[in-house]
Structures are given as C-alpha cells and as structure tokens.
Design a protein around this ligand. Structure first.
Ligand code: AMP
Length: 581
C-alpha cells in the first residue's frame, strides 16, 4: 500500500543554525549508559516511573513548580504542582493497596476522559506497583470488552457517563472486581462502585512507593494487528529512561518550557510524551480537554503561551485546511519548537509550519511497541521535509529484505531495529509466541516499509501489513470485520484503508449481504452506526460498498489485497489463490 498521494520527494531542507556545535558533540556522545549515569534517580536495579516523574522533584526547586495545567472546552481550569500530584497520587495508591488489595503486577485500567484524575490515577497506580492500561474514551463497549478480558484487569477507573456506555459488557468481565468512578460532583457512585472523590477524601496522603525493579511491568497499551484481536504491548519501569532522554533531546524540552502534547492518554503518545517524558524532565505541561477546532487550538497556544508543541499530521492538515490567515489572528510567538508523530507527515505540512509559525514541524517515528521515539528530525540536524529523520543516538535502525538481511540505502524494505533500548516492549500480554515472531535475524521487525537515503535519513513508504492508520489511530481490519458480520444483514465483510487527504486513510468496508437483504443508503448508515457504537468512530467504515461476494483464498481468507487494488484501480496481481466459483 503506497501513500504516494501524500508522500512526495523533499521540497527543501531546513538547515539548523551553525552555532550548535556543542549540541552536535553532545549527540555524538549520547548512549544509554551515559544517559543513565547522568540521572541522579537512576538505579541499575530499581526504578519506579512514578518516583522518577513526580517524587524525584520534591527535594528540588521544582517541588512547587506547576506540573499540570488543565483546561476544558467549557473554560474550567485546574492546576497542580509536582508536590500536589505527589500528594494526590499517594492517596490514590493508598486506595488501591489498602482498600482494594492491589499488589505488584495487578492490572488497573483507565477508561476515562482527559481529566486530571486520569493523571493522578496513573501515577498512583504506578506507585502501588500496579500495571496501568489506559483505554481511549471514544471506544465503544466491544473495544473495551476485548481489552479488559484479555488483560484480566481487576480495577477499572471510569466516569459515570463512560460506565453507562459500556454497562452491557460489565457482567461479562469475570476478573473485574472493582470500579472506581470519577464523579466530578455528580450524584453518588452506583451501588457497589467506589466514588473516587469519597475514597480520595478518606485516604492518607503518605505512601511508600512500591520498590519496583527496572524490569517489572508497568504499562500496557493495546495495539491492532492484521489478524486477531488487539494485543497488549507491555512496557517496564525502566522504560522511563527512554522517555526521559527522547523528551529532552528530540522534543528539546528545557526547564522554562510550557509543553503541549495533543495526544489522548488512551494512546501511547499520551502517556510516553503526555506524562512520563515531560515530567521526568520536570517540565510544565498544559492539557486541553475539548473537541478539535483550529480557533480553539490557536487560542489555547496563545493563552497558555505554549513553547513546545507535539501533535499529529491529521491535526496539522486540518489546521492547514482552516487557512493560512487564521494563525495571524492570534499571538503564537511563544512557540519555539514543533514536532509531529503518528502518520507520515507530508512535506507540504512541514513547509506550512515554517510559513505560518516560522517553525517547521519536526517529524519523528515510533510505535506502541517501541515505547519511545526511535527515529527523528531532532534539533541539531537539517529537516528533510517528508522524512522521519535519523535514528536517535543509541538506536540502530535498518531496512531489510524479506529474508531479513540489511539492504543498501535507496532500497525499499522492512523497517527494523536492533533490540535493546530501554523502552522496548517486553512482550505482548500472554502472547509470547506472537512477540517472539516479531524478531528475525537479530532485528525487531516493525511492520512498516521504509527506505534510507545516503545521509541516513529514513523515509516511510507504507505499512507492511493490512493495518489501517486513520488520523494516527491504528485500526485492525479483523476487529472491524468481526463486528460487521455481527450485523443482522451482513454475510461477509472485508475492510481496507482508503487513502484520504486529511486522515491519511479512512476505513472502507466491502460488504456482501445475507440473501433477502436489499442494499440501501439506510442500511449503510445503520451498519456504520452499528460499528461506531461498538468499536469507535475511527473504526466505523467511512465508506461501505455492497458487493455480491468477497475475493477469498482457497482456505477462505478474505483477500484484502485485491479489495485494495480494486479500490485504487491498480493491477490485481496474482489471483491464483482466488476462490473457485
Ligand atoms: P502506534 O503503535 O499506534 O503508535 O502506531 C505506530 C505506527 O504509526 C507506525 O508503525 C507507523 O505505521 C505509523 N507512524 C508513526 N509515526 C510515523 C511517522 N512519523 N511517519 C510515518 N508513519 C508513522
């Protein structure tokens, strides 16, 4: 699958200033050993992410520095210093340990809006030695059920509105023992549930953080693959070294910065760079809890005097669509450094950033499994618009052929990394075999296709599998197909990513109907709503095409490759394994 409409050759390079010699030297010397030696919190055996990101600041002058400045669309605001987050997360840890009996390694999942309580709860859970699992609040019941059943989470932290959305699946979760609801002043918690506010009011604010080892599990993020249900990528406490170093050297975070990461905490960017990276560097971060609008975003940057901004290509393309004149109506002079991740960033978007903010976007690449940024246009190097940049110091990336041997530059192949960085995932939760299958010939195979140029810059080509990247969210076609065939009118379904100028790809479904069901526009809407309600709006097919039957292999597997080729008007290639009619 080629994103040729989006990716073009470089337009121009943005050169860095020549006076960055020291910086260059620093990068040249950077490696994981050096980074760990520089950290006063680093202990070769024990690390707890929460201690690093919050409590390590308590004996410094950052103690009363603002850590979190939160505001929502209604204009409500809350602010927390590092000391306040330490105190509140201690209370949450006490609820988990004393009241609910949480022990090291127990899973505590969060299905919560982007409210301060999700940050407090996550820090508290890590202090208690629990493993956090954040779930995107836009998920529907089916998506939440899959993840809670698979992880066997014992505690769910949610809100009354989100609990209502998934109420039908709660009786189907045998391992879920406790639900904590963040009431935000609304009514009482349901009988049997724990009110966050009441429990926090009663809990002690002193807690001895559980002494976790560097390799103890800390974080689980579910990610979609081509086949099967989403799988939980597991990260360890020692990962924070990677979050710390990349936030410092790729996002260029400096003590005085006001940093805005637009990602939701339900996704890996929202934890690695919406909590762990910035706070391990003692940085003030601002959070906006509201729907996207170009005006609201610009006004937020102006009001909060954001200096470093980490966002995503779809958002940038939506801002571009809102017009070049709009940014001029706001004072955005505070911005000094802008970055992007999640999908290929088209060169036009990089150039546009330079034009309207006088700051080109620095694209970088990583994924749920890598836990932290791996390839980046970091501050000391020229930006090649359209390229993801170069591997972070200490990371070795390569492009491999299908026998997993390294290819020379200029050749397209499988993007792979040499294992061994701190934030690398340690397994797929209870799917060790699938985890092992990602390693070939001494490399971790990322599932992306890329090429490298002679200066060592990497260029994204496509996914190597059928996973759909819509607005930076990975959607597994199998997950959508499984829900589609539960619709009473659907006999079979095949799902592909259709190129889209804004979201990069949107979900398109080819559907064959059961006998006596007639195709109609109304039925299309009904099917779309069906998927949206169960999975999420991102996973709901933007387009549905009714076809008589789906192309299949002899063993009955739907050939998405052919559906894709048909959609793009490309040659169908080898059809020898097609179903015989
Ligand atoms: P996720 O695991 O949900 O964070 O998604 C990771 C995937 O998003 C990668 O494997 C890529 O396919 C895609 N991706 C992330 N960053 C970039 C980027 N800078 N350029 C191109 N694709 C990206």
């Amino acid at each position: 699958m080629q994103y040729s409409k989006i990716i073009k050759e470089p337009i121009e390079h943005f050169s860095v200033k020549p006076n960055l010699h020291d910086y260059h030297m620093m990068y040249r010397e950077l490696n994981w050993d050096k980074i760990s030696r520089d950290m006063d919190w680093f202990d070769s055996e024990h690390i707890n992410i929460a201690s690093v990101i919050i409590d390590s600041h308590l004996k410094t002058d950052r103690r009363d520095k603002k850590a979190l400045i939160w505001e929502n669309q209604k204009g409500e605001q809350e602010e927390y210093t590092f000391a306040e987050l330490a105190r509140l997360s201690n209370k949450f840890a006490n609820i988990l340990v004393s009241q609910l009996g949480i022990r090291k390694g127990d899973r505590v999942f969060f299905f919560l809006e982007r409210v301060p309580e999700i940050y407090i709860g996550i820090i508290g859970t890590l202090k208690a030695g629990g493993v956090i699992g954040p779930l995107f609040s836009a998920f529907g019941p089916e998506a939440v059920k899959d993840r809670l059943i698979d992880s066997r989470a014992g505690v769910l932290v949610t809100s009354p509105a989100l609990k209502k959305k998934i109420s039908e699946i709660i009786p189907e979760l045998p391992d879920l023992k406790n639900i904590i609801t963040v009431q935000k002043g609304k009514d009482k918690a349901d009988p049997g549930d724990i009110s966050y506010e009441e429990a926090m009011a009663a809990a002690s604010d002193s807690f001895d953080t559980v002494k976790t080892k560097k390799e103890d599990y800390a974080i689980m993020h579910y990610t979609s693959g081509t086949t099967g249900k989403p799988k939980g990528a597991v990260h360890v406490h020692g990962a924070v070294l990677g979050h710390y170093a990349t936030a410092k050297y790729v996002l260029d975070l400096q003590p005085q910065d006001i940093y805005w990461c637009t990602a939701d905490p339900g996704w890996v960017t929202g934890t690695s760079y919406g909590m762990f990276g910035p706070w391990s560097n003692g940085i003030t971060q601002v959070v906006y809890d509201g729907a996207f609008s170009a005006k609201r975003w610009y006004s937020f940057i102006e009001r909060r005097k954001v200096t470093v901004w980490y966002t995503a290509p779809t958002a940038i393309r939506m801002l571009m669509k809102a017009g070049d004149d709009l940014p001029g109506q706001y004072n955005l002079k505070s911005l000094r450094y802008t970055c992007s991740v999640g999908e290929p960033l088209n060169p036009e978007a990089v150039v546009w950033g330079k034009k309207v903010f006088d700051k080109p976007f620095h694209d970088n690449w990583w994924q749920t499994e890598t836990g932290a940024i791996m390839i980046a246009n970091y501050p000391v190097q020229d930006i090649k618009p359209g390229s993801m940049g170069r591997p972070f110091p200490g990371i070795r990336a390569g492009v491999l052929d299908d026998d997993f041997n390294e290819l020379p530059h200029g050749k397209e192949g499988n993007l792979a990394l040499r294992p061994g960085w701190p934030s690398m995932f340690r397994t797929y939760w209870e799917k060790e075999e699938m985890y092992q299958s990602k390693f070939k010939n001494g490399w971790y195979i990322t599932g992306d296709k890329a090429k490298k140029d002679e200066e060592g810059y990497f260029w994204f080509v496509s996914r190597a599998d059928d996973v759909i990247n819509t607005a930076g969210h990975l959607v597994g076609p199998f997950e959508v197909e499984s829900v589609l065939i539960e619709h009473p009118a659907v006999a079979e379904a095949g799902v592909i990513g259709k190129p889209d100028p804004i979201a990069m790809e949107v979900v398109k479904a080819f559907v064959s109907l059961k006998e006596n069901c007639e195709p109609s526009e109304k039925l299309k809407h009904d099917i779309q709503k069906f998927v949206m309600k169960r999975l999420s709006s991102a996973a709901a097919p933007r387009e549905i095409e009714f076809i008589a039957s789906l192309p299949k292999t002899r063993s009955g597997k739907i050939m998405r490759r052919l559906l894709k080729a048909k959609e793009l008007g490309q040659p169908l290639g080898d059809t020898s394994t097609l179903e015989e009619d």
